[in-house]
Design a binder for this molecule. Structure first.
Ligand code: NAD
Length: 270
């Protein structure tokens, strides 16, 4: 492998894709090998300046990865509809695969497991260090206070496609597992027309949408007379992009397998 990690960005003109491209161009450890956009995109073969303003001319936007272009890691922030093709491309090129795409179906998660037999893969619902800490805290509090009611509230920008967010689901799963349950056993996603008291052990979710909120998550634990709330607020997408890039640098050259963001993120790495 060369001095630089060659990164291909899938979904490079999207909100997250742009933040990842900027992070790559600012890093002295990575090289932008290719900026992929969806087939038919008006940006195909256009210079990156069309989106990013004046830049040193590195690559143009492209709809396909040229076989001659080196690809150590493919970073995907496209969406569930494009995810299968992104994963297939990483497998075909024997590149490491880092994905933050949320709203994946069960069979897409299974495809990730399968791919991990031949390439290194790392999927995370959230690439921020603060959320990695929030997950750890939620797990500990969930286990320490098993009888307290747990609810999860999230807010995202108005154009977010999936609900609840992948991060909210990961937080719910952490609390459920800390109590010896699975998320499907205890998740409640809507209470419309549901009357009667709350069931002990259930984990309720609420999703708010509006404006340009990059991502906010609160885990609430309540019991009679007191309530504990832990909140993470993302002020910009750059934190996710920096975490994804740290993951790309960390995973490059590793053996095939499924890795977790917890292995990458610790205070000081991003
Ligand atoms: P977005 O809609 O702004 O960007 C997605 C981009 O992918 C678009 O530009 C679209 O044209 C492109 N795309 C679609 N099909 C493609 C294809 N076949 N080839 C190449 N590009 C293709 O969405 P976003 O806000 O950037 O979010 C993208 C995903 O990342 C969502 O699933 C979101 O939930 C997730 N996300 C994850 C994290 C995290 O930390 N894990 C953080 C923020 C967002």
């Amino acid at each position: 492998m060369s001095d630089h990690v060659n990164v291909v960005v899938y979904g490079s003109s999207g909100r997250m894709g742009q933040a990842v491209v900027r992070a790559i161009l600012e890093s002295d450890k990575t090289r932008l090998a290719c900026a992929l956009v969806r087939p038919g995109s008006g940006l195909a073969d256009e210079p990156l300046d069309r989106v990013f303003g004046t830049l040193p001319r590195v690559v143009d936007f492209s709809t396909a990865l040229d076989p001659d272009v080196p690809c150590d890691v493919l970073v995907d922030f496209s969406g569930p509809h494009a995810f299968d093709a992104a994963l297939a491309l990483a497998v075909e090129r024997r590149a490491a695969f880092v994905s933050g795409t949320t709203g994946l179906r069960e069979e897409q998660q299974t495809a990730l497991e399968r791919a991990a037999q031949t390439i290194p893969v790392l999927w995370a619902a959230n690439f921020s260090l603060g959320v990695a800490m929030l997950l750890r805290a939620a797990r500990r509090i969930g286990a320490a206070l098993p009888d307290w009611d747990c609810e999860i509230v999230e807010m995202h920008h108005a154009r977010k496609q999936d609900a609840p967010s992948g991060t909210a689901l990961a937080l719910g799963q952490a609390v459920a597992e800390s109590r010896g349950m699975t998320l499907p056993e205890c998740a409640v996603f809507a209470r419309i027309d549901k009357t009667g008291p709350r069931h002990p052990g259930e984990i309720g979710f609420a999703a708010l949408r509006g404006g340009d909120v990059a991502g906010e998550h609160t885990v609430l634990f309540s019991t009679a007379g007191e309530r504990l709330e832990i909140t993470h607020r993302a002020a910009s997408r750059d934190i996710f992009a920096r975490g994804a890039l740290a993951a790309a640098i960390w995973i490059a050259g590793r053996p095939a397998g499924k890795y977790s963001i917890d292995e990458v993120l610790s205070p000081g790495t991003v």
